[in-house]
Design a protein around this ligand. Structure first.
Ligand code: FAD
Length: 275
């Protein structure tokens, strides 16, 4: 079977040791010839400097890099300046996001939604960047309704996005339905499934609650049942996620995007099983 294109996502390391470890992880993952590697922005209190620094390292390593770019609270001038910096660095791909403000902050700034950012990037920089946007097969947690969330996704694509990466999911029906519905509304850009390897139980359950990704009951209960037995959690997680990837590949998805959490072992094992 034809090899599926893959991409890998990292977050900017907070310490010199973390940066060194990530350099090793990247080299291990480069063996899989990723289409690009992306670096998150602003998530978990990370700084713009951390994102751009890691993006710069990836480019120097000869690999295509995508900078995530969130706009909440930003002014047009600051976004313009950051776009100029990224362009000067040689970045050709962005993941354009609204982002989240810490609770208690209002919706200040020039941009309210990711669609505003996509339109602004296109207006300011033409076709200089390939723009990715986020998609939510299980519906964004702040959406007014499933329908309005789908419309918001379509608006981002119509504003000029070239492709999309989904929030992770373990229920592939939600993804297939989302792609079909978007297609009916005229979306013809690739919608790449975001894959979250399962390596820990508490972290995954906490994180999924926050971002609105559903952990199916049978997976949740199995994970809880393993308690502190990390070996069993990892073995089970590999089986579940490898099956999901296999199902997605057989259905003809355009690519897979891995949320690596700055680790290589599980992603490499998943790709080995898919080979
Ligand atoms: P939007 O597409 O703007 O949607 C946000 C909400 O507003 C949704 O509920 C939508 O339904 C609603 N909405 C949109 N347009 C309208 C409208 N016109 N009227 C009314 N409602 C509307 N976060 C980070 O901080 N840093 C990262 O690097 C990062 N990377 C990510 C990568 C991926 C692939 C994904 C899936 C998520 C990522 N996130 C990241 C999380 C993301 O920032 C949050 O999910 C955020 O809450 C929404 O961002 P968005 O770009 O999807 O927003």
């Amino acid at each position: 079977m034809k090899k599926l294109p893959v991409s890998f996502e990292f977050f900017p390391p907070k310490t010199p040791e973390g940066a060194e470890k990530l350099r090793v992880v990247r080299q291990q993952l480069y063996t899989q010839s990723p289409e690009f590697c992306s670096v998150t922005y602003g998530a978990g209190g990370s700084t713009q400097q951390g994102t751009f620094g890691t993006v710069g390292e990836i480019l120097k390593e000869g690999v295509s890099a995508a900078s995530h770019f969130s706009c909440i609270g930003a002014s047009e001038e600051s976004v313009r300046a950051e776009l100029a910096t990224l362009k000067a660095m040689g970045v050709k791909r962005l993941v354009a996001l609204r982002g989240d403000l810490p609770s208690g902050y209002g919706m200040g700034g020039a941009f309210h939604y990711a669609s505003d950012l996509v339109a602004f990037i296109r207006k300011e920089t033409g076709d200089d960047f390939h723009i990715e946007v986020a998609a939510y097969p299980e519906i964004h947690p702040q959406a007014k309704s499933a329908e309005s969330d789908l419309q918001a996704f379509v608006a981002k694509v119509k504003a000029g996005a070239n492709s999309a990466i989904t929030q992770y999911f373990y229920n592939s029906d939600a993804y297939f339905r989302f792609v079909d519905d978007a297609h009916k509304l005229g979306v013809d850009v690739p919608v790449v499934p975001g894959i979250m390897p399962i390596t820990s139980s508490t972290q995954l359950l906490r994180f999924s609650d926050a971002c609105g990704a559903e952990i199916p009951r049978w997976i949740r209960l199995r994970l809880q049942g393993y308690g502190d037995d990390t070996a069993s959690i990892k073995a089970f997680g590999l089986d579940v996620v490898a099956d999901l990837c296999d199902q997605l590949r057989n259905a003809g998805v355009p690519a897979l995007h891995f949320y690596t959490m700055n680790q290589s072992a599980t992603t490499l094992e998943l790709l080995k099983r898919l080979a």
